[in-house]
Design a protein around this ligand. Structure first.
Ligand code: HEM
Ligand SMILES: Cc1cc2nc3c(=O)[nH]c(=O)nc-3n(C[C@H](O)[C@H](O)[C@H](O)COP(=O)(O)O)c2cc1C
Length: 285
């Protein structure tokens, strides 16, 4: 409700009509107020949830009536949306889990949240402070700060012989031939998937060759080895190590991949609604 960034701006690239009746001229600037957007009764009361100024997480439960795809956009939208969103969400969850693992957290008696946009531009509750105590049974509760750890010590299990199932123990020695595994990745997710895939096909007796999509261009088309592609996309465009591949792909003549065996594993995020998995889909077509 109190998105840390309270608004964003856009400038019209062309004359356009929004909501069917509002003319915006080229060059005109508009400010999108997230705090207003996140309280739009059409999306947040919906005749079900009531007062849009009230914190009510039920609004987000599965089964809530459908609402506009852009009804909640604290990280902005479209091609200029926040590039730190995934990091910020992960960081926030990690931080909260750590704090609540160690401490009981309470606001001082009588404190009421007053939303406040301070000098730092982002919003934060005014004059917020916390009273912290060690959580009963939590890690700090069991430590004598001036001595040593006073909790029970748990004996380490003596080393057992490793029991490995038949399936896991045997790397299939049958020679399945080589497999090209090509990935397009900026921040490492698809690179990691490619390496996991390489481990899997090795167990099945294949000989994987892992490379970026751009490196794969020199090896394609290839009818000898199956080709497995794992790729993400950024605003619908290829990742940085797949630009050359995209050029190569778009220059292909009809039928030039005849006889080639390939599979595509697309990776994306549906927050980018209109370009969700766009590049992997293009490869697949
Ligand atoms: C809770 C934390 C955060 C919030 C609420 C937030 C929110 C936003 C918003 C609303 C925008 C403008 C988007 C638009 O106009 O459509 C933005 C842009 C941006 N954010 Fe964040 N952000 C957060 C954390 C981060 C982090 C951790 C990073 C960097 C690691 C980051 C980097 C950026 C960058 C570089 C842009 C400009 C993107 C562009 O203009 O193409 N943000 N952020
Ligand atoms: C700036 C930015 C733009 C993105 N654009 C899209 C997009 O258009 N479509 C999509 O499906 N996913 C999009 N994503 C999500 C990424 O594809 C997703 O995070 C993926 O896991 C990244 O994989 P990688 O680490 O292998 O590059 C975008 C992510 C960022 C940070």
């Amino acid at each position: 409700m109190y998105a840390p960034v309270s608004s964003t701006r856009r400038e019209c690239a062309h004359d356009t009509i929004v909501n069917g009746n509002r003319l915006l001229r080229k060059g005109q600037k508009i400010e999108v107020m997230f705090w207003g957007l996140h309280r739009n009764p059409e999306d947040w009361d919906q005749g079900v949830f009531g007062d849009v100024d009230k914190f009510n997480p039920d609004r987000h439960l599965a089964g809530a009536p459908p609402r506009h795809a852009n009804a909640q956009k604290p990280f902005g939208f479209g091609v200029r949306s926040c590039i730190g969103m995934q990091f910020a969400l992960l960081e926030a969850k990690t931080f909260l889990c750590m704090v609540f693992n160690f401490f009981n957290v309470q606001t001082p008696p009588g404190y009421e949240i007053i939303p406040h946009v301070g000098k730092a531009f982002t919003a934060a509750p005014k004059d917020l402070s916390f009273d912290l105590s060690f959580r009963a049974g939590g890690p700090l509760d069991r430590i004598n700060l001036f001595g040593s750890f006073s909790g029970e010590t748990i004996p380490l299990p003596s080393k057992q012989p490793e029991v490995v199932t038949e399936k896991e123990s045997k790397v299939n020695t049958k020679n399945g031939g080589s497999v090209i595994i090509a990935y397009g990745s900026n921040s490492g997710t698809c690179e990691e998937f490619a390496s996991l895939l390489a481990d899997e096909v090795t167990k099945d007796g294949f000989d994987p060759l892992v490379m970026t999509l751009d490196q794969a261009v020199d090896k394609l088309p290839n009818t000898d080895s199956p080709v497995l592609i794992v790729s993400s996309t950024y605003n619908g465009a290829p990742p940085d190590n797949a630009g050359k591949f995209k050029e190569w792909m778009t220059s292909l003549k009809e039928g030039s991949l005849n006889g080639m065996r390939f599979g595509v594993f697309g990776v994306g995020n549906s927050n980018w609604e209109s370009t969700y998995q766009k590049f992997p889909n293009e490869i697949h077509m």
